[in-house]
Design a binder for this molecule. Structure first.
Ligand code: PLP
Length: 358
C-alpha cells in the first residue's frame, strides 16, 4: 500500500513526479549534453514556469545548485563583505548564521527561543550590516516569519539587502519582490520532489553587489559563486554539469502547480493547516507548540504530544502514514507534520481521524 509521508523533507512526492521522471528517462535526458540546445530549452522552460509560479519579475535571475545549504554559503561568500544579520529561532536559521561565522564575517543575530518568532519592529540592526537573512519558515520548530515582517524590514532598511530562506514553504509565501532581494529553496520540501536540487533567486542589485565586491578584490568561492551562476544562467546554462533530470522535473511540477492554480494551492494549504491546528487545540493529547498564531507555520505544523512521540509515530505507521519527529532536543515530545501541496485534504482528514482514535 502506498504510504503518505507527512515528513517535512524529504517529503511526500507530488503526484505527477513518477510520470514526468519516466518521460524524462524515455527522452534520454540522463544522457544529453548540458551545453546543447535541448538543455538550454529545458533551463528556459523551468525558469519560465518558476517565474510564473512565484510571480517573479523578469529581471530576477533563477539559478540551480546542489542544495539549499550550498546557497547559504554562496549567498554569504558572494554578497557579503563584512557583516550579515540573522534572525535565529531554530536549527536552520542558526546554521545560516554559523556559516557566516565560519566564513569569518562579523555577523550579528537576533535570537528567539524555540517555538517563538520575532517582533521585528523592536529589533535594531547595526549600521555595518549589508545583508539581512530571514528564515521565512523555520522547519525545526514550525515558526514562520510573516511575509509582512520581511517586507517591513526592507521599508525600515532600504539600503540593506534582504535574503530569504523559504526552503520549507515555497511556493506558499506571496513575496513582494520590491522588498526581497534574494530567495532560496530546495525541491524536497513543498515542491514534492526527491532531494538534490537547490534554487537561488537573485535580483539585479544582488548580482551588482557581488560584482562590486569582486572589483574590490573580495574573494568569493570559485565554485557556484553568484557571478558565475549569473553569467552561465544568462545563456540558459549552468557552470558545472547539473542535475538535468531534476531541472526538467522541477519545470514540470511547476507547470502542474500552475494548472492547478497557485492561489488554489495556497488556499488549500491554509485550510489544511487550520484543520491540523484546530484539531491539536481541541485534543487532550496534543497541543500547538507555537503559541502566537501569527507565527504559526502553515506548511510545517509542530505539535506537542502527551505520550512519547515515538509511540504515536509507530501507531500511525500501521496505517501507512509517516510523521516527522520533533527536531533535536524536542524529538521525544513533538511531532512535525508537513502540510505541503502534495498532501491532499483527504490525507489530512485521514491523519486527524487516526490521531483522534489513538
Ligand atoms: C531543509 C532546509 C534547509 C536545507 O536544505 P538542503 O536542501 O538540505 O540543503 C535549509 N533551510 C530550511 C529552512 C530547511 O527546512
Amino acid at each position: 500500500m502506498e504510504k503518505i509521508f507527512f515528513t517535512p523533507g524529504p517529503a511526500h512526492l507530488y503526484p505527477s513526479v513518477e510520470k514526468h521522471l519516466a518521460s524524462a528517462l524515455r527522452n534520454n535526458l540522463g544522457s544529453i549534453s548540458h551545453r546543447g540546445k535541448q538543455f538550454q530549452q529545458i533551463f528556459a522552460e523551468t525558469t519560465q514556469n518558476l517565474r510564473q509560479l512565484l510571480s517573479l519579475p523578469s529581471d530576477f535571475g533563477i539559478y540551480f545548485t546542489g542544495s539549499a545549504t550550498e546557497i547559504w554559503e554562496k549567498s554569504l561568500s558572494s554578497c557579503v563583505e563584512k557583516s550579515s544579520f540573522h534572525f535565529v529561532n531554530g536549527s536552520f536559521s542558526k546554521k545560516y548564521f554559523e556559516f557566516a561565522k565560519e566564513l569569518g564575517l562579523h555577523s550579528h543575530k537576533a535570537e528567539a527561543p524555540m517555538g517563538e518568532g520575532f517582533d521585528v519592529s523592536k529589533i535594531d540592526i547595526p549600521t555595518e550590516v549589508e545583508v539581512i537573512c530571514c528564515t521565512q519558515n523555520e522547519t525545526s520548530t514550525g515558526v514562520q516569519m510573516p511575509v509582512s515582517d520581511i517586507h517591513a524590514l526592507k521599508d525600515k532598511y532600504p539600503e540593506k539587502f534582504i535574503f530569504v530562506d523559504a526552503v520549507s514553504s515555497t511556493p506558499h509565501p506571496r513575496f513582494d519582490w520590491n522588498k526581497v532581494d534574494s530567495m532560496l529553496f530546495s525541491v524536497q520540501k513543498a515542491l514534492g520532489m526527491p532531494a538534490g536540487l537547490g534554487v537561488w533567486i537573485a535580483n539585479p542589485a544582488t548580482i551588482e553587489k557581488a560584482k562590486a565586491l569582486k572589483a574590490k578584490g573580495h574573494k568569493a568561492s570559485p565554485y557556484h559563486n553568484l557571478i558565475q551562476l549569473a553569467e552561465n544562467g544568462s545563456k540558459n546554462e549552468t557552470p558545472a554539469t547539473p542535475n538535468v533530470l531534476y531541472i526538467y522535473l522541477l519545470g514540470k511540477i511547476a507547470e502542474d502547480m500552475l494548472s492547478k492554480g497557485v492561489e488554489n494551492i495556497r488556499q488549500e494549504t491554509s485550510s489544511k493547516a487550520k484543520m491540523l491546528y484546530d484539531f491539536s487545540e481541541s485534543s487532550s493529547q496534543f497541543s500547538s507548540f507555537v503559541q502566537n498564531k501569527e507565527h504559526r507555520s502553515e506548511t510545517v505544523v509542530v505539535v506537542n504530544t502527551v505520550r512519547p512521540s515515538a509511540e504515536i509515530i509507530e501507531e500511525v505507521k500501521k496505517d501507512n502514514m509517516v510523521l516527522g519527529a520533533g527536531y533535536g532536543s524536542l524529538k521525544e515530545s513533538q511531532l512535525r507534520i508537513a502540510n505541503f501541496p502534495a498532501i491532499s485534504v483527504e490525507d489530512v482528514e485521514k491523519l486527524i481521524d487516526k490521531l483522534r482514535r489513538l
